[in-house]
Design a binder for this molecule. Structure first.
Ligand SMILES: C[S@@+](CC[C@H](N)C(=O)[O-])C[C@H]1O[C@@H](n2cnc3c(N)ncnc32)[C@H](O)[C@@H]1O
Length: 225
């Protein structure tokens, strides 16, 4: 559990969190929702999604639940079955997630209860959030999680940055993620650092640089060979 987490409003009006002991934000201060939409929904979910009936997603770093909420919204539009597995070592206190403003930023009034359902879902088992959206939150460090083989179509890699968590951006870590993915599965992440792309390539991915959201020149999409 991080100490003294602060809630910050980013430039698009959506909240993010700041962790003083790491000097890191959970999202871009230029816009949290804007960033997550760009990297994980547009470059990941929508890019991958060619009307598949069922998609298995793995997220590293559940955090505020923003990526889960945005993916839920997408899945409702397309009436698709989503199995969403997310790994989180340090879950947020209830007091924090109750104050986060994401559900109110969308027109749908049901999203407040969906957002709370996502946060209150029990750990380490699949739970129905909506008719088509099943969520499995794993309360563990990614280093310690045993992942299934050839399971995931899509990975949202959203750990803290390589500057503060270098061990989460190594060839060894990405090889573990690659083994859990299907062939031609897609991983997206906000980092476009050379060491990240080299580690991805060395662990069985082909990488593409794609334009980033405001405030970030490039991000990375990796395709599992
Ligand atoms: C950049 S933030 C995640 C942002 C999140 N996807 C969101 O939309 O709020 C990184 C997250 O990774 C979690 N984390 C840090 N170290 C971890 C580890 N070793 N294994 C799993 N999760 C970790 C943090 O607690 C934090 O929630």
């Amino acid at each position: 559990m991080y100490k003294n987490i602060q809630i910050i409003k980013t430039e698009d009006g959506s909240h993010t969190l700041f962790v003083p002991e790491l000097g890191e934000h959970y999202h871009s201060i230029h816009g949290a929702v804007q960033e997550s939409m760009h990297i994980f929904i547009d470059a990941g979910f929508r890019y991958f999604n060619n009307n598949f009936d069922k998609i298995d997603i793995l997220e590293i770093g559940f955090g505020t639940g923003l990526n889960a909420l945005l993916t839920f919204i997408e899945s409702e539009k397309n009436n698709q079955e989503i199995n969403y597995t997310t790994v989180e070592a340090f879950p947020l206190e209830e007091e924090i997630y109750h104050k986060i403003n994401y559900p109110g930023l969308f027109q749908d009034k049901n999203l407040s209860s969906i957002f709370l359902k996502i946060h209150k879902a029990g750990w380490n088992k699949f739970q129905n959030i909506g008719e088509n959206f099943k969520l499995n939150k794993i309360h563990q460090k990614i280093e310690d999680v045993i992942l299934p083989k050839n399971e995931f179509d899509l990975v949202y890699y959203d750990a803290f940055s390589p500057d503060v968590q270098p061990s989460l951006w190594t060839e060894k870590m990405f090889a573990k993620i690659a083994r859990s993915m299907k062939q031609n599965g897609i991983l997206t992440t906000y980092s476009a650092k050379g060491i990240v792309k080299r580690a991805l390539k060395a662990s069985g991915f082909r990488t593409e640089n794609i334009p980033g959201p405001p405030g970030k020149r490039e991000i990375t999409r990796a395709i599992r060979k």
